[in-house]
Design a protein around this ligand. Sequence first.
Ligand code: KG4
Ligand code: ZN
Length: 344
Amino acid sequence: MALILGLESSCDETAAALVTGARAVLAHRLATQEAQHRPFGGVVPEIAARAHVEVMTPLVEQALAEAGVRLSDVDAIAATAGPGLIGGVMVGLVTGKALAHAAGKPLIAVNHLEGHALSPRLANPNLHFPYLLLLVSGGHCQLLFVEGVGRYRRLATTIDDAAGEAFDKTAKLLGLGFPGGPAVEQAAKQGDPKAVPLPRPLLGAREPHFSFAGLKSAVLRARDAGLYRPEDIAASFQQAVVDCLIDRTARAIDIADGATALVVAGGVAANGTIRAALEALAARQGLPFFAPPLWLCTDNAAMIGWAGAERFAAGLTDPLDIAARPRWPLDPDAEKARGAGVKA
Ligand code: KG4
Ligand code: ZN
């Protein structure tokens, strides 16, 4: 059974994991840079890249020790090669290249989004292709028809902000702290989701695209009105996001012919209210629902190791001169959504 070392460094988490093709996670180590970025209220690329350099190699050593294996036991090294903050991506990819070269093992350059997209299959052996995936993270909000490893058809994307970005900006506006998603979810538990009237952008639109920029502006206006408690704004914001995600995903189910399951992945998939609403939608539509455990939703290296294991099983490895990519769409044929921004 293949043993894969996975490396992740595309944003503000540095991680190393050992994963087998039989879904065993032998070790996963993660160092978050949250404390270093907190004073700035967001991820600072220069700080991120330097922090990745400091901890990547020790994390690899710890993961190997925890799993009780040596580098020579590994069948391939899988490293995130994009998309993400380029300085950070380069740290993980160059580490992966050096280890692959030193150990004489193949390198697998993993698309970070493919790591998220396949992570539910690491968590559950009963999830088979093809499935409809809602990929919601800090940089992305997409609906994808996942046909197989490396085969993704994008049905929809955001025309402005990603869902996680909306959570992070709302947290900042309400002074709830960083990272924003968990902070908004916590505050929302103390709030009334009907207290503040907020828009639901693109609700009912024919194409299942997303938009969150208008919602963010409405949160700013609600805050400045001085009429509402932050908890009520947080709860109302979260409910608006839920309503948009559910409406847009329901539309995608209509057009995703042949999907065997509804699946959610990415950091925002850690949100309990969003998970519950998607599960209820899947039940209404008669589809099985899959969501990875919380630790597999936010960035980690086990999902990169698993994507590596899936690619390795398919005979897909990469040359050592492969470049890091700040942008790297899963579906290169997808047309740009009208109004889409340039975020990776
Ligand atoms: O997948 P991820 O760890 O990194 C990216 O690839 O972007 O996603 C991070 C995003 C952040 O925007 C964060 O605020 C959001 O996921 N997030 C959440 C929750 N936990 C993380 N959003 C809502 N509720 C949560 N519990
Ligand atoms: Zn991610």
